[in-house]
Design a protein around this ligand. Sequence first.
Ligand code: GL2
Length: 836
Amino acid sequence: VEATIPEPLREAWRKYSAKPFTQKSEIELEFVRHIETTLARSLFNCDELAAYSGIALAFRDRLIIEWNKTQQRQTFADQKRIYYLSLEFLMGRALDNAMLNVGLKDVAKEALGDLGFRIEDVISQEHDAALGNGGLGRLAACFLDSMATLNYPAWGYGLRYRYGIFKQEIVDGYQVEIPDYWLDFNPWEFPRHDITVNVQFYGTVNKQRDTQGRTTHIWQGGETVQAVAYDVPIPGYGTPTTNNLRLWSSKATSGEFNFQKFNAGDYESAVADEQRAETISAVLYPNDNLERGKELRLKQQYFWCAASLYDIVRRFKKTKRAWNEFPDQVAIQLNDTHPTLAIVELQRILVDIEVLEWDEAWHIVTHTFGYTNHTVLPEALEKWSVPMMQNLLPRHLQIIYDINLFFLQSVEKRFPTDRDILARVSIIEESHPKMVRMAYLAIIGSQKVNGVAELHSDLIKTTIFKDFVDICGPDKFTNVTNGITPRRWLHQANPRLSELIASKLGGYGFLKDLALLEELEDFINDKEFRKSWVEIKLMNKTRLAKHIKEATGYQVNPNALFDVQVKRIHEYKRQQLNIFGVIHRYLAIKAMDPKERAKPVPRVSIFGGKAAPGYWMAKTIIHLINKVASVINNDPDVGDLLKVIFVADYNVSKAEMICPASDISEHISTAGTEASGTSNMKFVLNGGLIIGTCDGANIEITREIGEQNIFLFGNLAEDVEELRHRHYYGDFKLDMHLAKVFDAIKGGMFGPPDDFAALLSSVESHSDYYLVSDDFLSYIETQELVDEAFRNQDEWTDKCITSVARMGFFSSDRVITEYAESIWNVEQLDMGKENE
Ligand code: GL2
């Protein structure tokens, strides 16, 4: 049967076609209908979870209507599309975001109120979609929001993990990991059982001659796994555009194979095949900034790249265009090296299946991809063992060798006298075993390579990719400084502040054009405005204090200075520097005459973040923080002067509560290690100040908001190498203040010193790679400046307002516009009258 309804019958169809609701009564109707029919419940058994389900299903329907139209509009417009390939999409909750983006949250609030529910309670029923580790995954989520908001025809492609990032519990001060099974009820995804791709692994490659005498490669045998598409609608803010995030789920191929086994009575083995296939998309690897070279991870990567490429190519082929037009229709962005196999896969499709000549195919490939680098940490740069790749993807390894051969030939021609350059830039590292350097492959296969903040983009050009700048020319390398979506990170996370700003700027236009915030500076002396500003901060802190009380039992004073460091636990991010600083402060308070203790500014040091399950040092840092907390928080000498809190299970929805509640947040990585950081932006946008190093986007934040509004400290990136070198060769003396802190720990003040011996020794006797000792004095002195500044609340408020006003640059809308213009060469879809 023809899939398209014939023209004469379409009128009837259109008459009944679903319309998006706008009225409270319509929302109520849909809400009750879903609860009574979809969920088979009633007003006699509707708890908050059921209410969440009902309202989520109602809004899902609303999104789907626009989503279908968007897809039609984009197909009709027939423009170049963006495909954002990311192994991580750290989306967080969807309902609040959907309601805000379609502009109906207030209406929904009333509707829910009419039917007996408080919207906040309903929203908090939703389980975070936590398909990511940290900044890299959250950046992908912000980009989806901006691409939809700006009406770009864009798709996200990722994996539908059954288990997202683990849930963290703190038991006796230690991190415990709990699996995150999040798919129990997820109204936001659409299984597309009709959209499947068979993906092959293992097997062998045979050469054959075709009828024209050309050699072709046939990849045969091995194992086939089926990819099934699950689609997630991504609504733009204040626009009908609703883009698609397609997540692939793995299952055994249905068909002959299993059927035969089953009939032969080999039921168990058929089930085992099923389970093995499902393992591929079962779990997100919980490492942030670390690669471990596991085969299953490589399988995930290929599975996802192959399915996505098949889908993209299928869509292109429908347009019946010639292959050389592929790069005019398709821009694929590689979010880190994780999807680098997509480069190889496209070359394989073009050469082996579509029988294009190698050079023609390679021209297409290298004009299609862009690669974003997110780190210079050596342990995070992906390398895959050649034998593993040979076994899993034999044809791809051949293609990689060919790409490398042609590349090295061209290098040799241009640099005939440089003897070492070929070994340095070869995609294959000549180690034992040999390794495929994925970043090099990504650079060679892409038309543009970008870093994520100015310093980072400079560093990759002068350190890890230096040779490639010489070979490919400087134009291939560019910077696009990260940003965040103001919809989630201001409007959703901090509705009161958003409303206050809107009341001054004459509406919510700033949410779509964040540079408009600069007009806030005009109100800096407006008394009423300042009063509301301060009140809002206090309300947000009170809300966090309430959560802290419920979660930890500790009572914190909302008037104290809230000092927050929330992010993945990592030695390079230096939570150890922070907790050592806290101990220093504690010792100082203890040493004071009781009369003097009225002087210091009361502080609450708040930590949060997960450690990778195998990262022992990070887990030790969590343990120390918790031990220090239990000592300080129970010390009657200290009272409100200092409290230490570890917020368990830091995630996107906790971030939405924490960012608006901070006075100062810590972004204190060793200079040159944090590629950008993005929570720094979230905190400032919510009216908090920063203490930080000259690293990542801190530098550009300083440039935008002004030096007087940020507390910078520590050594500079340019000095790090020299300092490390000096430590290494014995010239190392522990900072004297830090030595006192270490003495306290060694004296057992925070429990058995053995528990922390390795952590102290990483600083004292193992050359202090992260320069904790070098930066300690500067850190504690700068913290004193923070205290002083906080004492003058008026000046503090000046700084906060000025900073928010100058944060326009850090909108992910600006970021996406830069990518679109300088990397993707794509245009926004013309929405005609619809978007006015
Ligand atoms: C990261 C960087 O560490 C972080 O500084 C950056 O802000 C984000 C987004 O660009 O990318 N790189 C990385 O591997 N992870 C990050 O968060 N996990």
